[in-house]
Design a protein around this ligand. Structure first.
Ligand SMILES: [Zn+2]
Length: 328
């Protein structure tokens, strides 16, 4: 357990930019630099699910160091799988959040990382929302897949609530686990996560805005929550259905596609219960592939929306079709 905790801390420090990383090297220097900005156009990737408008929003991307993150696999195998996908560690990793408009409600699935990772590391959700014509006070509901900084960190800025009118839906086991700092010591899980949850989730609990989900079922018309646990105690997937069409927002069921799609048995140091996380991944991947379910994944390359197809012992990713034309 201690080795795991150390791994989590090291990775998060690297993500937060507190130690030199490849990302630091890539950062434009403070003085004049000819390095071009890599910021993408902030307008989101939009598509319809029945009569619901869904937009994938990019909160940015961060470098993810794979060797300290992936577990249940040899380093050499990681190297080989990344090379097969024309990638190497650290892997540039998207942070995707999603916006749903149903004509009445404005719903967010996750909030990105906010200011948790420091400057130039994620935290682009608010401009992405603005590009979709949404100000934070117009958001009516936020469905958090789990209480980790890159999903719930964007709830606040400088400790202040950004979404003053939203109901925040979170699996109750995550609320109970992360808002009680004593659980850090009890579980051996990195304390940083508890500190960040208290900074970003607790203000909403204090304001009475949290809907702690205790059982599977509809939380908003046409949006169903399923508590799956594993990665965190209250990890939740959200299934959205309209007019016979469906999309599932999976949360962190996979982090490094190049490795965990061909080998779903590969786990990550962030898993609170890696056995349950592995079981979730294998069971859900199988179901989603056989049912051809449209899924939306936070850390697959933006927009992170597509389908899984069974391929040998593992899976292949098939991105959603890109459509860019006016409706009739
Ligand atoms: Zn995540």
């Amino acid at each position: 357990m201690f080795r795991r905790v150390l791994g989590v801390s090291i990775l998060l420090v690297a993500l937060a930019g507190d130690m030199p990383t490849q990302a630091d090297e890539a950062k434009p220097s403070a003085t004049k630099s000819s390095t071009p900005s890599l910021l993408q156009n902030q307008a989101g990737f939009r598509f319809m699910v029945g009569d619901l408008e869904v937009t994938a929003l990019s909160d940015g991307s961060v470098p993810l160091e794979c060797y300290g993150t992936l577990t249940n696999i040899e380093r050499q195998k990681i190297e080989q799988l990344l090379d097969d996908a024309n990638e190497k560690s650290p892997v540039e990793t998207s942070i995707n959040a999603f916006l749903i408009k149903d004509g009445t409600r404005v719903i967010l699935i996750d909030t990105g990382s906010g200011d948790i990772f420091g400057p130039k590391m994620g935290g682009l959700l608010i401009p992405a929302l603005a590009a979709s014509g949404v100000q934070p006070d117009k958001v009516t509901d936020i469905c958090i897949t789990h209480v980790h900084s890159d999903h719930s960190g964007g709830l606040t800025r400088g400790g202040e609530r950004l979404f003053k009118n939203a109901k925040v839906h979170i699996g109750k086991p995550d609320v109970d686990f992360f808002l009680n700092a004593a659980n850090a010591e009890k579980s051996g899980y990195a304390k940083k996560f508890f500190d960040e949850a208290i900074k970003t989730v607790k203000p909403y609990a204090d304001a009475g805005q949290i809907d702690a989900i205790t059982r599977d079922g509809e939380i908003i018309p046409r949006i169903k929550a399923t508590l799956i646990g594993g990665h965190t105690p209250g990890s939740t997937i959200y299934t959205v259905e309209s007019k016979g069409q469906r999309i599932v927002f999976t949360g962190d069921i996979v982090h490094v596609a190049a490795v965990q799609l061909p080998h779903p048995d590969v786990t990550v140091v962030f898993d609170v219960d890696s056995k349950a996380a592995l079981r979730n991944r294998t069971n859900h991947f199988k179901k989603w592939a056989s049912e051809r379910t449209l899924i939306a994944i936070p850390h697959l390359n933006y927009p992170g929306v597509g389908y899984l197809k069974a391929d040998g012992e593992g899976y292949r990713w098939m991105p959603i079709a890109f459509s860019n034309r006016a409706n009739d």
